[in-house]
Design a protein. Structure first.
Length: 440
């Protein structure tokens, strides 16, 4: 075909595209539309492409303002689960993601690019309940740990143990960090703020907290609270004790770092040294360099109200303003309804949790609960829908695990430890579902 024939064919197609009565124009109108414009009169049903690249139709006749207003438009095709009623942003049925616009994870991808280039580290955190902590398996096989493994396999290496909180609600699931008597019970250490803080408190020096992760590392970090009258010391591999600075002036959460260790595995003891109540919070064995650091702040039994707690001791405060994640997941749905939180309270809790967890500018992703036997009544589904509403109101992405998996198929595949918690294989599947949804 010569160039004149090509030009004639292009002109013919262009003419038919502009002809409202042509079949080509009809097919395009079923899927696409013109770009949205400011100060433009629209009729009910008019179709446009929003500034975020989403095809929408006008809910009623109106004149657009200077900026795009998503409440005036409805998606052409939602594919939403039946329990989700918010229809102003897209749902990706294949990936079970909602409000996942192209720009949503742009900052996350940019930071991961720095990891691959060897010029920066990437930090992600998980805030929530027992299914974040790893109940039903172990903290080391929880979905955040498995997600770190997915990142590593994709070329973003894990940098050490990650930050490991001391209180996880269920104090039996993390053998990497235990008092030297082998259990928290009878050790002199206790979780005095059990549902919303990772802090453990103790004044007895009889049984130090022993941290023995499987990874090698050259840097040890201890997170703790500055509590007047208390004292902490650190012993590494049986060496000389190092006293932890305790200003006693109410400086809040502090980090003490010991660097220059041999690049091997280590056994580290953290001991209370005075009669005052020492308050260690978390531990980490890592190395200098660039990679992925994680902070799994899931606490068994917590609800969204706990995640949103405004205390300086809360997990959201420590994670949001001290760990400074680039990406933070919030997943605390199961315990809200049984605890008697109203729908309005649950929405407010979730909104506050997002605000606190993103104090340092983190990208937030909401997660619905994993499949749970017999829990998802119509009343419960309204709480799931509340997460959809908050995702729109706060401009965050949501990954709907319930839309991806139902309890029958999940349990039938041997992925549940009990009626509410996955086993190690189940957590691996959840991590893969989240990884695929992120599209990193």
């Amino acid at each position: 075909m010569d160039i004149n024939s090509v030009n004639l064919a292009v002109q013919t197609v262009e003419r038919k595209m502009k002809d409202p009565s042509s079949s080509i124009r009809g097919e395009l109108n079923a899927t696409y539309g013109p770009k949205w414009k400011a100060t433009t009169a629209y009729l009910a049903g008019d179709k446009v492409v929003s500034p975020e690249g989403i095809v929408v139709t006008a809910l009623s006749a109106f004149t657009s303002g200077a900026t795009y207003d998503s409440t005036k438009w409805r998606l052409v095709s939602q594919g939403l689960p039946a329990y989700a009623t918010t229809t102003t942003v897209p749902f990706n049925a294949k990936l079970s993601t909602y409000n996942d616009t192209p720009a949503r994870l742009r900052a996350v991808r940019a930071q991961l690019g720095k990891v691959k280039a060897g010029t920066g580290e990437f930090r992600f955190a998980a805030l929530g309940d027992s299914t974040d902590a790893g109940v039903g398996a172990t903290a080391a096989t929880s979905w955040p740990s498995r997600l770190a493994a997915e990142l590593s396999a994709a070329g973003y290496p894990t940098l050490g143990s990650g930050v490991i909180p001391l209180n996880k609600g269920d104090l039996t699931i993390d053998s990497r960090v235990l008092p030297t008597n082998g259990a928290w019970a009878g050790s002199g250490w206790s979780a005095v703020l059990p549902m919303y803080s990772s802090l453990m408190q103790g004044s007895s020096s009889a049984f130090p907290i022993r941290f023995a992760p499987a990874n090698t590392g050259t840097v040890f970090r201890l997170g703790y609270f500055d509590n007047a009258g208390s004292g902490l010391s650190i012993t590494i591999d049986g060496g000389a004790a190092v006293n932890v600075p305790m200003p006693g002036t109410g400086q809040g959460y502090l980090i003490h770092e010991i660097a220059g260790l041999a690049n091997t595995t280590h056994t580290i003891d953290v001991r209370s040294t005075t009669g005052g109540a020492a308050q260690p919070v978390d531990v980490e064995l890592t190395s200098a360099g660039y990679g992925v650091r994680s902070y799994n702040a899931g606490i068994a039994g917590s609800q969204m109200l706990d995640v949103a707690n405004s205390s300086a001791f809360s997990t959201s405060s420590v994670v949001g303003s001290k760990f400074n994640p680039h990406l933070v997941f919030i997943a605390s749905e199961i315990n809200g309804l049984p605890a008697g939180r109203t729908l309005a309270q649950y929405k407010a809790d979730t909104t506050n949790a997002i605000t606190r967890a993103t104090l340092s500018g983190a990208t937030c992703v909401l997660l619905t609960a994993n499949p749970v036997q017999g829990l998802f009544s119509d009343e419960y589904r309204t709480y799931t829908n509340a997460l959809y509403e908050v995702a729109v109101e706060k401009g965050v992405m949501l990954i709907d695990i319930q839309a991806a998996w139902d309890y029958g198929s999940f349990a039938g595949a041997g992925l549940m430890s009990d009626s509410a918690h996955p086993n190690a294989s189940g957590y691996a599947v959840l991590a893969r579902t989240i990884w695929n949804a992120l599209g990193l």
